[in-house]
Structures are given as C-alpha cells and as structure tokens.
Design a protein around this ligand. Sequence first.
Ligand SMILES: NC(=O)c1ccc[n+]([C@@H]2O[C@H](COP(=O)([O-])OP(=O)(O)OC[C@H]3O[C@@H](n4cnc5c(N)ncnc54)[C@H](OP(=O)(O)O)[C@@H]3O)[C@@H](O)[C@H]2O)c1
Length: 327
Amino acid sequence: MFAMIINETGGPEVLQYGEIATPEPGPGEVRIRVAYAGVNPADWKNRQGMLAAFRPYVFPYIIGFDAAGVVDKLGPGVSGFNVGDRVFTPTNHGQGGQGSYAQYAIANADRVAHMPSGLSFAQAAALPVAALTAWQGLFDRGELKAGQRALIHGGSGGLGGFAVQFARWAGAHVAATCSTPNVEYLRELGVERVIDYRQESIAEAVAAWAPGGLDYLMDAVGVSTLPHGLDLVRPGGTFVSIPTLTDDGDIPAAAAEGAARGVKRVFSTMTDIGCGPTLTKIGELLVAGHVKLPPLREFALREAAEAHRLIQGGHNRGKIVLKVADL
Ligand SMILES: NC(=O)c1ccc[n+]([C@@H]2O[C@H](COP(=O)([O-])OP(=O)(O)OC[C@H]3O[C@@H](n4cnc5c(N)ncnc54)[C@H](OP(=O)(O)O)[C@@H]3O)[C@@H](O)[C@H]2O)c1
C-alpha cells in the first residue's frame, strides 16, 4: 500500500510518500480501507518523537490516529462488522500500531463505529481523537452537569469546538476563550460568554461571569496560557487539563494543590480502548443537528507536511483532514 512514511523523527520534511507492506488484521481487529485520515496536534508531536515515552518508534513508521473508510477485511473473532461497512475510528495507533496516513489501517473492533448516514468520510475522519477527548474530559472524567458554569480554554481548536458544543448540549452554561478572529465563530457555536484572550483578562471575565467560581474548567491549550486555573474554580468544582506534552507544568504538584483546595483535579488523556459506543453517540448527535461539525480544511495525503505546518502553528480553527482515496 501507499502511505506517508517517516524513517526518522524530525520536521515536516521527514514525511515521505512511499510504499509499505499492507497490514493484516489479527484476532479481534478489522482492516479499514482509508478514505480520509484526520490530523491532530499529536501527529506533529509524534513526528518529532515526542511520544517516545508512550510507544516504540520502529521505522518505517506511519503517523496518524484518526481514520474513516470502509471495512476491508476482518480478523478472527470479529463480530458486529462486515466487509464494506462505512466506519470511523482512532485506530490502534495509540496502542503502538501503525498510523492512519495510509491506504489501509488496523483497528481493534472495540474502537470502531459505524458511520451514521448523513456523515461524509471527511467529516467522520475529523471526529475520533478531538471529539472523544472532549467527551471524556467533560463527562466520563469531569462529570459535567446541566446548569453548571463551564469554561473551555481553547474553544476554537479541533477539540474545543466539540467541547463547547457537547457542554451546551448537556445543558451547561458555556464560556470559552479564543483569539479575536474566532470570537464570532464561538458565538455561532452557542458559547454564552466568549473571552477574547488577546483583548481582555481571563481572570476578570470569569470573575464577572461566575462570581462564585467556575463549576468546571477545561484547559485544552496549556498551563502557561491560563491564569492560575485553581483560582478560577470554586471549591468542589472540577478542573480538567488535557495533557499537551508541550506545556503541562508540574502535574503532580498541580494535582496536590487541587486536592488541598477541594477541587477535583483531572489530567485527561484520550482513551481509545472501548470507545466505539461513544463514537456512535457522537455521530448521532451530529446527524441529529445537536452538534455542528467544526470547519474542515482538506489536504491530499501527499500534502501531509503542509497540513502539519498548519496544525503546528497552533491557531487552526476546526479540523484538518487528509484525503487518501475516493471510496
Ligand atoms: N492528551 C490527549 O489525549 C490529547 C488529545 C487531544 C488533544 N490534545 C492536546 O490538546 C491541545 C488542543 O488540541 P486541538 O486538537 O484542539 O488543537 P488545535 O486544533 O491545534 O487547536 C488549538 C487551539 O488553541 C487555541 N489557542 C492557542 N493559543 C491560545 C491561548 N493562548 N489561549 C486560548 N486558546 C489558544 C487556538 O485558538 P486561537 O487561534 O483562537 O488562539 C487553536 O484553535 C493540543 O495540545 C493537543 O495535543 C491532547
């Protein structure tokens, strides 16, 4: 098969279009013929070797978590899927498997979901990592409730665009930070209080909007870009950080300080294992119109380096996808 392959970690130029053996699905796995691969910030960090603590780098190596496409082959023992099914998934890349910037990708059946009708492959490929991280940080680990006041720091990014909408769908009051060009975008997504971090003080805006302190805070940008987060959250509230690998500060010290202040302090990394049902739920919310898909920018698979330069810039609105094949 053809794929974007790296033979060393480094800058965007290490991504090379080339040929590599087509993977075979093992027990419990499905092979997907990829129509679109989704791009996440984790991909450029992975390309630079920053995930070495979590996974081996064995070259030739394929980057990419998210995929949407068609089931092409079933491994032994797989049920619930048939060859030809349209599916989306974060693949097995998070568990050490090869990535999705390729004509074929492998995923355990527990992390694959059928695409609802009404969703295109490009749209489905934009969902897994960003939407699952938002969902797990809000609900599975953050236990956000209707009526609570929630701030999403980084509302205009891939993850943030889902987080603000999921929180609103759950009945929370939602505030979110973004830069000036994205203020209108976040208003359109239903954010009640958009905080332009370039024009106003986040701490002052939060104090006025949630005088008793936030019930819930999600930091999806990095510790250096936020005022001291624990000062923004009320005792008994929840403060979720999405680990970035680049700007996480001292995590044990932050956890200890949260405990001392009576704030539930969570560091929420996406779990792909068993995520199929959540992905199905997210797909249903999209086609039912409860959640809008953030804007998509599309590149050809061969243009992955250009897509990486864009996402690495740190100010992309919405999601980026790579077109692999017309299916
Ligand atoms: N650990 C995990 O499991 C996991 C999973 C998913 C994502 N993440 C991490 O979470 C972060 C966000 O992911 P993403 O997919 O949303 O990235 P993204 O699509 O690149 O979005 C980043 C957003 O950050 C915003 N931003 C940049 N500087 C900011 C600042 N000072 N204050 C507020 N917002 C700011 C930008 O909005 P403006 O242009 O409006 O400033 C941009 O839209 C990344 O570091 C990613 O690696 C971790």
